[in-house]
Design a protein. Structure first.
Length: 271
């Protein structure tokens, strides 16, 4: 099965297994910036993993909303676009796809640097790290990228190197349902693909807003699981982007992606 078909499996079915991991892993209740498990330089990467990622991804900045950002992604020119998925030695490579919600968030931050300048930013479910990279490029004072896949963390370091940035802290702990961290801004893209996970996100984000007055921006291209969730009634549309043709083809007909501001009507809810 070609990776293009494998990617469609990720979109339709395998994300449910990833959602179970997000739901089952619990973050440390005393988590703070300095205690995050992170890599600070590329030297700490496992040489074998680095070599594998460099060999089996392509450096690209085309076909997406942010040509300013170079990323290592799986493309039709990569071996695993054609290989059987079972031959991939690590967990499903969600990080190797530049999902449309993340593209919209990254584009919005690059075009509106005042949104992050001088602020602390958490990129939740960071994947390839593009939105965290956009925040650094736009002057954020602190950036923490979070993804539960350790291979995603390694890929983010490679992507920082590609964009001539010092790697930002990266945590692979599940922050959902943990103590609300004191961030000025939380950004998350393409994470509302499972109802139970969406419920957990909904309550945790409410807690962050209630305790720390955190601002929350969500990127999503309008997937059914997102639009049908109760959180939709508490979102304000910030901007909508038309997706490039390549991204449309990758995502089976999705034509645009939206940045939403999350403004829950009842931030006093303690649940």
């Amino acid at each position: 099965m070609a990776f293009h078909g494998w990617k469609w499996l990720l979109i339709l079915g395998r994300q449910s297994s990833l959602a179970k991991v997000w739901r089952s892993r619990r973050g440390s209740p005393s988590l703070c910036w300095k205690r995050c498990c992170h890599w600070s330089t590329g030297k700490s990467l496992d040489p074998e993993v680095r070599a594998f990622l460099e060999e089996n991804t392509e450096v690209t900045n085309s076909g997406h909303l942010t040509p300013e950002i170079r990323l290592r992604l799986l493309t039709p020119r990569c071996r695993f676009w054609r290989e059987k998925p079972d031959l991939w030695p690590y967990g499903d490579p969600f990080w190797a796809i530049y999902w449309p919600g993340g593209q919209a968030l990254s584009r919005y931050i690059l075009d509106n640097p005042h949104v992050v300048k001088g602020r602390s930013v958490l990129d939740l479910g960071s994947g390839c790290g593009a939105t965290a990279i956009a925040a650094v490029m736009s002057g954020a004072s602190q950036v923490l990228a979070n993804d539960i896949d350790p291979i995603a963390g390694m890929a983010m370091i490679l992507n920082c190197e590609l964009n001539q940035l010092n790697p930002f802290p990266i945590t692979i702990k599940n922050l959902i349902n943990s103590e609300a961290g004191n961030w000025d801004l939380i950004v998350l893209g393409d994470m509302f693909y499972d109802e139970q996970l969406a419920d957990g996100l909904h309550h945790w984000l409410q807690k962050c807003i209630r305790i720390h007055q955190t601002e929350v921006l969500i990127g999503d291209p309008g997937r059914h699981q997102f639009l049908s969730h109760s959180i939709r009634s508490q979102l304000h549309k910030v901007i909508e982007y038309s997706l490039p043709e390549y991204t449309r083809q990758e995502n089976h007909g999705l034509t645009s992606s939206i940045v939403w501001s999350y403004q829950p009507s009842n931030t006093l809810d303690n649940s």
